[in-house]
Design a protein around this ligand. Structure first.
Ligand code: FAD
Ligand code: MLT
Ligand code: ZN
Length: 466
């Protein structure tokens, strides 16, 4: 089989032995697997040849892009029997169609490179996340990534017009299209998006572009309570409409962790229980955006929704504000191994949910530290947790993580929420998926899996437990 893989992609692109930790270790350092081989195809034909080889030998395969996934979906298990298919060499921009506001790129293109490709033409790819310097378009679509501009532009699914996929049998489906309307038959594109490498391998995609806004402005506001932050969101939506492109929230402890581990970063506002980051993008002018933002913040302070606020005066101040927000995940890693709950709730229920769940956790797990932040505008919280101060994180997580997460997910379900807003299921949430979905929904998912990957070679043990 290894000989067949070498014939498919070239000897140098089948890595066996040596230090493969970049492929075998997940970003959160929660999983360390062992690959039978790391295979690095150069184009779609080579991916198809690899899939045919794996199918012929019944060997499972794990697709991997930038390996920034947070739910244990992109690394092989410990058995040493899974092929790791890295798409990183497939990083060509195939076409930019400026008049159609679209571009077609290969799956291994790094998100930031694609953003820059659009920007160089005065256009915008409005998909933005903290991992954009290393995550790939293939990974973004496979996880249906969200990020910080979903409020205005939708998640990765909404930004995708067409995809190219290699099936479990090694056939190539060319579904690349720049059409914005196409109701001809079942929507195969949307079936593959968000399937986390379990139904097919995405090899290229056509993405929507937008005109770049004339101005983008950022502000921070200090709120005493989460209920005030939600009221501020309502006010911002009413005042700014579709110019509101970002609305993020951070609790005091998230920013305290950033302060502790990245002391050089500037904090424009003094610490407060909640800090909100607001971004407005304006098609007209900076003066117009500034006027809307300043008046909005004035009203918020008059109405007692915010105690203090700071509007970025320069691009560099705006970057500093975003940097604080994007650094929380890194600060959490510096603090130690941690627990993530990427949850979605109706925005209106978020304050009560947090009040009740925070209290229940503090009572059941004394000293547990809540790192609560996220995309409030989308109703998406990163309701993350850090072990108590001074505890051995690994040991604490081993003992408490299952019970902690169970109680959080039970509360999420009771509040009509989702156990995964944007990160996916991976291997980390398979059991919770079974708890949170109806037997009918799970049956339909298994039917799809069986139809598209009958031998079960595509990313086994992810999304649907075996
Ligand atoms: P990988 O991690 O390599 O893979 C992720 C999953 O997709 C795996 O199941 C893998 O098998 C599958 N996959 C990868 N490529 C393909 C392909 N070509 N075909 C089929 N399946 C494939 N996520 C968000 O949604 N929003 C955020 O705001 C966000 N912020 C983040 C911040 C940081 C600092 C980090 C580290 C991660 C963040 N993430 C966020 C999570 C992660 O970046 C996204 O899930 C991203 O979309 C993964 O892309 P990737 O290329 O790294 O995929
Ligand atoms: C983010 O939005 O920064 C990530 O999705 C959150 C996380 O790391 O939990
Ligand atoms: Zn996020």
């Amino acid at each position: 089989m290894v000989a067949a893989l070498r014939a498919a992609v070239g000897e140098a692109q089948v890595l066996i032995g040596g230090d493969l930790s970049a492929f075998e270790q997940d970003w959160r350092k929660r999983l360390r697997g062992r690959a039978l081989a790391v295979v690095r195809p150069r184009d779609t034909e080579e991916v198809a040849a690899v899939l045919r080889t794996c199918a012929a030998h019944g060997v499972p395969l794990v697709p991997q892009g930038g390996n920034t996934g947070l739910v244990g979906g992109s690394t092989p298990d410990e058995s040493g029997t899974q092929v790791l298919l890295s798409l990183s060499r497939m990083n060509r921009v195939r076409e930019v169609d400026e008049a159609n506001l679209s571009l077609t790129v290969e799956a291994g293109c790094v998100l930031q490179t694609v953003q820059e490709t659009a920007q160089a033409r005065g256009l915008l790819l409005p998909l933005s996340l903290g991992a954009e310097g290393s995550c790939t378009i293939g990974g973004n679509l496979a996880t249906n990534a969200g990020g910080t501009q979903v409020l205005r532009y939708g998640n990765a699914r909404e930004l995708c017009l067409g995809i190219e996929v290699v099936t479990a049998r090694g056939e190539i489906w060319n579904g690349l299209t720049g059409l914005r309307k196409d109701n001809a038959g079942y929507d195969l594109r949307d079936l593959y998006i968000g399937s986390e490498g379990t139904l097919g391998v995405i090899t290229a995609a056509t993405l929507k572009l937008y005109p770049q806004p004339a101005a983008t402005l950022t502000a921070l506001a200090a709120c005493e309570t989460l209920a005030q932050a939600v009221a501020l969101l309502q006010l911002a939506q009413a005042r700014a409409g579709s110019a509101l492109t970002g609305f993020e929230v951070m609790n005091a402890f998230s920013l305290a962790l950033v302060r502790k581990h990245f002391p050089h970063l500037r904090h424009p506002l003094p610490a407060s229980p909640w800090t909100v980051l607001i971004e407005l993008s304006d098609a007209e002018s900076e003066a117009h955006a500034r006027d809307v933002l300043e008046r909005l913040l004035e009203t918020a302070m008059e109405d007692g929704l915010a105690g203090d606020a700071a509007v970025a005066e320069t691009l560099s101040q705006s970057h500093d504000m975003w940097h604080l927000r994007e650094t929380i995940t890194l600060a959490q890693m510096e603090e130690g191994l941690n627990i993530k709950h990427d949850i979605a709730l109706p925005v209106s229920r978020i304050p009560a949910f947090c009040e009740a769940t925070d209290a229940a956790l503090q009572q059941a797990f004394p000293g547990v530290r809540l790192v609560n932040f996220g995309h409030l505008g989308d109703g998406n919280l990163h309701y993350n947790l850090q072990a108590p101060e001074g505890a051995d994180s690994a040991a604490w997580l081993r003992e408490f993580e299952p019970r902690v997460s169970r109680s959080v997910y039970a509360a999420v379900t009771a509040a009509g929420g989702s156990i995964s807003a944007e990160h996916g299921i991976g291997s980390a949430k398979c059991e919770e998926l079974v708890r949170s979905k109806s037997p009918v929904a799970l049956g339909l998912m298994r039917t799809l899996k069986q139809a598209l990957d009958p031998s079960g070679i595509l990313n086994p043990g992810r999304v649907l437990a075996p």
